[in-house]
Design a protein around this ligand. Sequence first.
Ligand code: NAD
Length: 494
Amino acid sequence: MGSINAPSDLGFSASSLPGKLFINNEYVDAKNVETLSVYNPKNGSLVSDKVPIAGADDVEAAVVAAEAAFPTWKAMSAIERREILLKFASLIEQHSHDLAELTRITLGAPFEAFGKFELGLAAETFRYNAGWIDKFAGEAYPQQDGFMRITRHEPLGVTAGIVPWNGPMGTVGLKASPALTTGNCFILKPSEKTPFAALALGHLIKQAGFPPGVFQVLSGAGETGALLARHMRIRKVSFTGSIATGKLIQKMAAESNLKRVTLELGGKSPAVVFDDCNLDNAVEWCVRAIGTNTGQVCFAASRVYIQEGILDKFTERYKAALEERAKAIGDPDKDETLMGPLVDEAQFRRVTGFIERGAQQGTLLTGGKRVGDKGFFIQPTVFTDVKQDAEIYRQEIFGPVSILNSFKTEEEVIKKANSTEYGLMAGVFTENINKAMRVASEFESGMVGVNCISLNFLNAPFGGSKQSGLGRECGRNALESFTEVKTVMVNLTY
Ligand code: NAD
């Protein structure tokens, strides 16, 4: 292993894009000759029409390499494995500008407002999980009837991560780092909309010291993901993306080899703002929660419920803050830009379609218009007076679009907040701790913020209830989800 401070070369940049699959620690041409095209959302220009699509033979080659690597990787000493993960974290950090740029050219997220955070998160996931390597212990039970019983957490073997475009490197970290920490081999499939940063990891994977076959990258679209989800020798798929795809993944997993599945899916997260809240704090969190990454965030607070006593004040402040944010919409390559474009034309059409139809479903308070005539920029948009059965009230829009609703009582707002099939994130804003804890326990949601919303921590479980997901990432939960518990029973009686 080289020193962590040794100069390292990413080997790729926006002008020299990665265009090969990374299998068995080598960059190789895909056997499948089809390719994907990707565009820059700031102006619609073609970035590349040569993104490889991994086909069945490519997936098979990666699985064979992973199977060969697994026995050595899982048997490697904890210290050695930890050093590789730590070195990889440092390499990500060292190349965060370049990796963020490789994401930005097809996602459109500015570095200062998003890329820096996302790459920091990716590096930190490897560091955080590296610390678990020699601490993720099993259990021993009291001796009974002359038998001793202990449990061991054993790696599953070949695992895969299928990730979305909105946080392409952060989601890699959330999946790859616990998988590798626990001794699994890991095959990454990035989104077809943001393939480059993931494909560029190859040299860093090698430099960090991962043995061949342990950490591989296959680009492609849904069909490549399906090949992984259906594969008979892949033992787990950790998926982040839409509910519709999540359901397909679970079906394919069940119909193939009953592989383990973790699903991190969509949201329509409610923020509940009581009269007795700190208004500055509530406005700040709610605005950030719908503005970050142009609203393309799974746990964005897209439904805000405001108690009647502060409805006017909150609405005025929220509207003003979003209009202020709209002034910082612009070229994602500039540091001062707060909001870049939506990811692509399809997403632009989807979001503007919701906004156009929304005009019949509620009152447009602010925004709603395209910004500029090039690229896919859109104003932050807020609707009021939206009926509960309206499409914009019920469906995830995945853009900077929120709805404001008023309420009178705690009971009423809990009912409204829970009246959805989603259950990813919720937030309650009040200075009354008893009320905060009561409401927090009533939310049907995997995560709840008290006087905050739309945030997560690496050491606390992350994930959704109801149709927002299955299983949890982060903390010990992620390690458990990448291992099988084995019970060992020892007969002490003879
Ligand atoms: P998507 O479901 O379209 O795609 C996600 C990934 O699945 C991509 O890599 C895609 O290629 C792959 N895929 C598509 N069809 C597939 C198939 N049939 N079989 C296997 N793989 C397939 O989602 P998206 O548009 O990339 O992401 C947006 C969605 O992700 C939103 O709903 C958002 O809320 C959700 N999301 C959730 C979280 C979370 O942690 N809960 C985080 C980020 C995004």
